[in-house]
Design a protein around this ligand. Structure first.
Ligand SMILES: C[S@@+](CC[C@H](N)C(=O)[O-])C[C@H]1O[C@@H](n2cnc3c(N)ncnc32)[C@H](O)[C@@H]1O
Length: 388
């Protein structure tokens, strides 16, 4: 398939990290929107993005654009596209959408009209129609409709890329793998110094850090992508392509990645997940209260994601915990850069230290901050990934 616009989506406020990642991978940045970055390339470029992107959620390959001011026009114009060449008549198609237009007031109806256009065209051409439904382990078509502008994409990821495949045991309130990768990219961690993750829960941050430090493409953990369900998919060529991508640049790490949690079940889950991700041997797991941790000698980063009390009454209980985090930073972590990811600004004040940066994120719909603290060691100022 030829070079076309490609939209890589991500959560709101994660675009700076996605842009940087695309540039590192050699993709041009064509445009940036609230929840994604446009680049361009071929279907093989989509394979690469699916395998190598850490912060992107979906890789969307645009294949059609037209104007439609009502559902019938959508059906007629979409029905003229050669779907039978792209989707097998015994296959399965899933339609997802972002529809914000006055041309139609029912998003579900828009999806149904597009689905009808696809399956009717394939039936007319081949005598058999594919199945359709919500399963995203299939050919996924993304309908984007704004005003009278319709854009159609193949969602070459299928299920979002945050489903890396390693987190079979989520612990309490886990962050998505892609969000964890963006958070780490926002820190000053240089992949050459310690990465300390107290309150690790299911271990997402430590696992993502280990994958990054190794240079292991996260998509290598997944067997199923949307592009595999297109008729043009050549499994042999893909196998060759996949093996041409550098796997891991190193086997061992000359620094510590530490993941700890007060709850032993969380650590069991984190270990299991790390094993599936192939990085269990690179993470030093510990059960215990973060206040009792002995940190390796600086430099390094500490990244913590404490609970932030979304339900009434929880906030009061958590005040002490945030105060203890501040005390831990002051008393035990001199020389480190420390980060707290939280959705509760009131609680973050209890840390009692002045944040050097307050980096904005969204965790789903929750307005969050990754707060950065520079913890001076004596008179020495530690700075190991440039000043920002
Ligand atoms: C919001 S969860 C972290 C989720 C994690 N980022 C993930 O992706 O799975 C907070 C974790 O802090 C742990 N925790 C609470 N108090 C702690 C303490 N005093 N010391 C260490 N861990 C603690 C809880 O057991 C819980 O697993």
């Amino acid at each position: 398939m030829p070079d076309q616009p490609i939209l890589v989506t991500c959560p709101k406020r994660s675009t700076p990290y996605l842009e940087a990642e695309l540039e590192t991978l050699g993709f041009p940045i064509k445009d940036t929107v609230e929840t994604g970055v446009f680049t361009e390339g071929s279907m093989e470029d989509c394979w690469r993005l699916n395998l190598q992107s850490r912060t992107g959620l979906r890789v969307l390959y645009q294949f059609a654009e037209f104007r439609a001011s009502d559902a019938e026009t959508l059906y007629q114009k979409a029905g003229k596209l050669p779907w039978h060449k792209w989707i097998a008549n015994d296959g399965y198609v899933c339609i997802i959408s972002s529809v914000l237009t006055e041309c139609i007031d029912n998003t579900q109806f828009a999806r149904m009209k597009l689905k009808d256009a696809v399956v009717d065209q394939i039936r007319d051409k081949t005598g058999q129609r594919p199945d359709s439904g919500p399963d995203q382990n299939a050919t996924v078509v993304f309908l984007f409709w704004r005003d009278d502008r319709v854009m159609l994409y193949f969602d070459t990821s299928g299920r979002p890329l945050s489903n890396r495949g390693y987190r079979v045991h989520p612990w309490k309130a886990p962050v998505r793998e892609t969000l964890a990768a963006s958070m780490i990219a926002a820190t000053r961690w240089d992949k050459e110094s310690h990465f300390i993750n107290p309150m690790c829960g299911s271990g997402t941050l430590a696992i993502e850090a280990a994958l990054m430090a190794l240079g292991r493409p996260p998509g290598f953990l997944r067997e199923n992508f949307g592009f595999m369900h297109l008729s043009s998919f050549d499994a042999e060529k893909y196998k060759e392509f996949r093996s041409s991508i550098p796997k891991a640049t190193r086997k061992q790490l000359p620094f510590t990645i530490q993941a700890s949690d007060i709850n032993s079940e969380a650590i069991d889950a984190a270990k299991h997940n790390a094993k599936l991700a192939g990085v269990e041997h690179l993470i030093d797991f510990q059960v215990g209260d973060f206040r009792d941790l002995n940190l390796p000698e600086e430099p390094g980063v500490i990244v913590m994601n404490p609970e932030y009390g979304e339900r009434l009454g929880e906030e009061k209980k958590l005040e002490g915990l945030y105060r203890q985090i501040g005390d831990f930073f002051k008393q035990k972590a001199a020389g480190y850069w420390a980060y707290v990811f939280t959705g509760n600004m009131k609680l973050s004040k209890r840390i009692g230290l002045r944040a050097s940066r307050r980096i904005e994120f969204y965790n789903g719909p929750i307005d969050c901050r990754l707060l950065e603290y520079e913890l001076y060691s004596g008179t020495k100022r530690t700075s190991f990934r440039g000043d920002r």
